[in-house]
Write a protein that binds this ligand. Sequence first.
Ligand code: UD1
Ligand code: CA
Length: 456
Amino acid sequence: MKTAAVILAAGQGTRMKSSTQKVLHPVCGRPMIDYSLLAVRSLGIDAPVVIIGRQGETVQAHLGESAICVVQDQQLGTGHAVLQAESALRGQADLVLVIYGDMPLLRSETLAQLVETQKKNPGPMTMLTAVSSDSHGFGRVLRGPDGFVRAIVEEAAAAPEQLQLKELNVGVYCFASAWLWDALHRIPLSKKGEYYLTDTLALAVEAGLPVQALSTDDSAEIIGINTRVHLAEAEAAMRARINRVHMLAGVTITDPASTYIGADVKIGADTVIWPNTYLRGRTVIGQGCTIGPNTIAEDTLVGDNCEILAAVMEKAVVEDNVTMGPFARLRPGAHLCKGVHMGNFGEVKDSTLGPETKMGHFSYIGNATIGENVNIGAGTITCNFDGVRKNPTVIGENAFIGSDTMLVAPVTIGAGAKTGAGSVVTRDVEENMLVVGVPAKPLRKLNEARDDSSHK
Ligand code: UD1
Ligand code: CA
């Protein structure tokens, strides 16, 4: 049986008080609508129909080819919203799954169960329900003695005793397609001037057709986002879920409550994450690392066995066995090769530090290519900006940059060369040459054997 999906996202989201469309607000770094899309995609539904409102262009632009967007001009209710998908879907599938774009915690497993339940149901629909004491805003589910659903009573219309009912209509349904489209045309206009999707159930019950319900016991799943208070609840629940998945996969998270891992982040086993750490975007962390406390990584790749303490990294690459921090900053284009040590108060931008290179204290390295096993003394600065252009610095392998050296770019320091403390290097330095002073001048060629000890 073929299943199609409709995602409702036409609501204005007025209560978000935002200039951004509600379903584009991120939850754990990902726009909430993407969770709905991924959930239906994991059921093998590639191009769901997303119902957007008149101001939904930004949603449509975001979804691109991944969905068929249909505009619902006027918000005339959930039934009217689903009806907008008729011309796109009629005759295209046997079953139609309906979900909301503002419920990012719905699990694909639950949706799969709902579809399976409907496949076995001789009747036209199966709905998702949840038993919760926090029932505010939900329609209440009335079941008959046979267990089938008899009615959904909207909260506003519910009698006091009906308000006590604990089984709630989540707003997720699986319909027999052939039945659905005709039923939607027969829904009466409500007193509020809307067409309620829930009235399809009344039509089924009147016709004596069985309506099934599947109940979820994961209370997080039913969090629907109408306000920023709900957004924070969803964020917390999603964060807990993400952290749990990583922990079950072998990552130690010492304090999940203060660990913020984005939905797309990957982390290897035996890595330990200390508190107040934020891993965002497309960040990938290898195995056996220690990350944090107090670390931010965004779109950053970290290899295996790295130790990163109190660092901020953005669009950077850190290879295996690197130690960093505390108070280290990698800006876009920073690349630390294997075994690099980057100590306190360093900043690296658009630069490569070769394998085993050490940069212990207070340095700024920008637009530089640094070879293997270089020692960058405390306070070294690449003066990469001349007021107009960013100029490159190249440092050859085994070079020793003395403390407080200013490298006025463009400049090249040859392999094995050495700069004296406080030198201001304005011209290229030959291999194995010692330069000192302001501006730096060659002093003597270094004897490999005699000076080698100082390189390590
Ligand atoms: C609906 C259900 C209620 C259920 C609740 C769960 C109906 C009549 N009631 O109520 O039983 O417990 O959801 O949250 O369906 N939308 C559109 N176009 C519209 C109207 C709504 O796209 O014209 C979208 C909204 O963006 C939203 C979703 O449908 O994502 C639900 O709409 P909402 O108005 O919040 O429904 P409720 O009144 O909460
Ligand atoms: Ca709602």
